[in-house]
Design a binder for this molecule. Structure first.
Ligand code: PLP
Length: 385
């Protein structure tokens, strides 16, 4: 059959998921694979959250929920935004989605017309350019540098703006770099966006995994509320990746459209997951606090293990990953896909090439797995240097 496909469906598969499946296939063939490619903390979800899901099942909360999400969760989440980040949102500005990933896609589909441009600083989270493409837009990638702490500078932002620019995607705390923008830096970027009528999608799904210093949400800036859409997620804060619950905090006109689009597509996050998420947010300080401490210990274990082989790196300021040059591991090529494939096939270590994040010559090493896994993987990466 000669199938005809839409232009927007022509996208590359997610590099992180792909590396995970290559590692899984190798594992299935009997090889011990050390996985540094995971995009999540490898821990079970907290028992309090599981108990809430069981209670929701017992209570027969098994029907469709509103396209905006259940009221209990919308209220619990906006309270969390206010307590954690002084970002005040009305319930009408709060939407529950089937994960943060779909939240971003819904926003792009809501905001973009064919050919509209979206500015994406690189290194970027792997899915942004594809999602922009699916929504009919054009990604305008702006490279940032390690010396600038991987941050978009105001002058770079200004220079990238064209007549077609509609959206800037900001990701603080960032995947893969761990970069956290300071309040003044965000304020400057938001001022430029406001001057040019550019909407800002602020992906804040790692906001609770900041290891040193504070965190500023783009939702705290009263002056820029009309241009900011914050994306949040249960996945990273509460080790709930498989539950698929995210959220959007945005001006009411945008929220309404996001809700309608969701109502006409997925119908929203699973009802049981939404009730479980209420329990997570009600006990947020304990659960996300213990997650953060555990991940800080794993990050430190990775930095220490690399240090034992003479590879020194600054610990990531946030998130789940160390993003480092492959040359540190003795790579003789700049091509990160080639190097990562070699590492998988010969060293049996799975990691994600910098190319997948728009930055060649680097690798993303996840410290989401156990300390034992991290130490063995680092040994495999370093033993032949
Ligand atoms: N944004 C970033 C930067 C991510 O790394 C991820 C997941 O890895 C997401 C959004 C989406 O997370 P989820 O769909 O699990 O909420």
């Amino acid at each position: 059959m000669n199938y005809q496909f839409s232009q927007t469906s022509t996208i590359a598969p997610s590099a992180t998921l792909e590396m995970n499946s290559k590692a899984a296939a190798l594992k299935a063939s009997g090889v011990t694979v050390h996985n540094l490619s995971v995009g999540e903390a490898m821990v079970p979800t907290d028992p309090v959250i599981i108990a809430a899901a069981e209670a929701a099942l017992e209570a027969d909360h098994t029907n469709y929920t509103p396209g905006s999400g259940i009221t209990e969760l919308r209220n619990a989440w906006r309270n969390w935004m206010e307590t954690e980040y002084h970002a005040v949102y009305d319930i009408s500005e709060t939407t529950i989605t089937a994960g943060g990933k779909h939240a971003i896609l819904l926003l792009l589909q809501t905001l973009l017309n064919s050919g509209d441009e979206v500015i994406i600083p690189a290194p970027y989270w792997v899915s942004y350019p594809s999602m922009v493409h699916v929504a009919g837009g054009v990604a305008n990638i702006v490279p940032t540098t390690n010396t600038d702490d991987w941050k978009l500078r105001p002058e770079q932002f200004r220079a990238a703006i064209t007549k077609q620019t509609r959206v800037l995607i900001l990701n603080s705390a960032g995947n893969p770099t761990g970069t956290v923008y300071r309040k003044e830096e965000l304020s400057e970027l938001l001022e430029i966006a406001a001057m040019h009528n550019i909407m800002v999608i602020s992906d804040e799904v790692y906001s609770s995994l900041v290891y040193d210093g504070g965190y500023t949400s783009c939702g705290t800036f009263e002056a820029y509320r009309n241009i900011v859409c914050v994306v949040q997620s249960m996945s990273k804060h509460f080790a709930m990746t498989g539950w698929r619950v995210g959220s959007v905090f945005a001006p009411v006109e945008i929220s309404k459209r996001v809700q309608t689009l969701q109502g006409q597509s997925t119908s929203g996050a699973a009802s049981i997951s939404q009730y479980a998420a209420v329990a997570a947010l009600t006990d947020a300080e304990r659960i996300s606090g213990s997650n953060r401490s555990m991940l800080r210990a794993r990050r430190d274990a990775m930095v220490r293990a690399c240090g034992e082989y003479g590879i020194t790196m600054a610990p990531a300021a946030s998130g789940l990953y160390q993003f480092v040059p492959i040359s540190m591991f003795g790579a003789t090529t700049e091509l990160s896909v080639i190097w990562c494939t070699e590492m998988l096939e010969q060293g049996h270590v799975a990691c994600v090439p910098g190319a997948a994040f728009g930055t060649e010559g680097y690798v993303r090493l996840s410290f989401g797995g156990s300390i034992e896994n991290i130490q063995q993987a680092v040994y495999q990466l370093c033993k032949n240097i």
